[in-house]
Design a binder for this molecule. Sequence first.
Ligand code: GCO
Length: 458
Amino acid sequence: MFIRKEDFGPGFTWGVSTAAYQIEGAHNVDGKGPSIWDDFVNRKRKINDNHTGNIACDFYTQYAKDISLLFDLNISNYRFSVSWSRILPFGTGPVNYKGIDFYNKVIDFCLELGIEPWITIYHWDLPLELEKKGGWTNRDVISWFGEYVEICIKYFGDRVKHWMVLNEPMVFTGAGYFLGVHAPGKKGLSSFLAAVHHAALCQSAGGRIIRGMKPEAHIGTTFSCSHIEPFRPIEKDVIAAEKADAFLNRLFIEPLLGKNYPVRDLPVLQRIERYVKQGDEQDLVFDMDFIGIQNYTREMVSHSPFMPFVKAKIIKADKRNVERTMMNWEIYPESIYEMLKKFNRYENVKELVITENGAAFADNRQNGKVDDPKRIQFLQDNLAQVYRAKQEGINVSGYFIWTLLDNFEWAEGYHPRFGLVYVDFETQQRIVKSSGLWYKRFLSDTENKIVSGFSKTG
Ligand code: GCO
């Protein structure tokens, strides 16, 4: 099937997404305080090959070059996050004005080039000082976070219209406070459930603060999500898939919408009660202007008696022998369509934006060029599915590719390359990949079409 950018309508938002810790580097300069990621990467064997984000893409000094790249690629919306400990080195208290200056320069340069900034307030880099007091497990995080949100709006809200409160709370609480594979490396159900409840409260409280200070702001938050299917057509796997769905896809959106936690499908969540105070149920609710969907793959789930609490386990793509990316994520474009349909079914979800979608491959430089046809196909097939949802009347209003630059992919370090732009981490040289050139043509040329196998499925 053939689709043009124009088919998505004139108001459709096209962009790319990045995150502070993954690109900025400059981890200890100009007054920045350490974050949990600065600390975590220095603990041995936590990160693949002991990589760190100390330098990353050096966006802190190269931002003008990189924003110019956005301009060259016809990308007119830029989603990025601000680093809490660059702005408030201790998490609360004195403001680091050099940090404020840096983000002002980024915002102003975007606007000068006609690029609309979309800010994620929290993309996983909690100030270390706050983690020393328990981090997300300490209920005081609600007031710490509130102070931080106020400062962001106070200094940047005059120019920035689009705000996302949290990036993927399921991942930073699950990987960071349950499995211990992300910062701060905590494990166990108690720290996880406390972190979940406090993050859910911050998600709504953050929204209320922005609305109060800037009623005209366009406010959202983002969720990781994957279409989930039972591995085998047997009842046990069907139940396991439902549990995994409650856990991975529903845990944060449902309390936000006033439906509380999905306790019926995931009884272990009853234990969250011990962190719940009077009035919390109402406080968890906030009427977001948009919901950010971040989708990369689908998951197949089977019953597993050995998995504590959920009795479900994900069967990874290599075990199923399916086409996959370097993250061992199945390539399954219909997942993004299924997720749009799923989130659209909730009453009170007004607008959906794909705030992340992309793929990692082992891209190589050859004769000064980086050819990545698989990424181009991935993006086209996913976009065709977004279009399919849009045609069915689902209000999806934007699409952001993850990501502009190859960068620090958390526990995987620098191995998986997600960028439209290749980064040589030795020299900090940038090379636009063929996928970047494809996106540029798609965004500029009305004749440029997406070619996708969607007609077969749609
Ligand atoms: C996420 C992120 C990104 C990741 C991307 C690929 O996981 O939420 O927002 O930081 O790099 O998703 O894994």
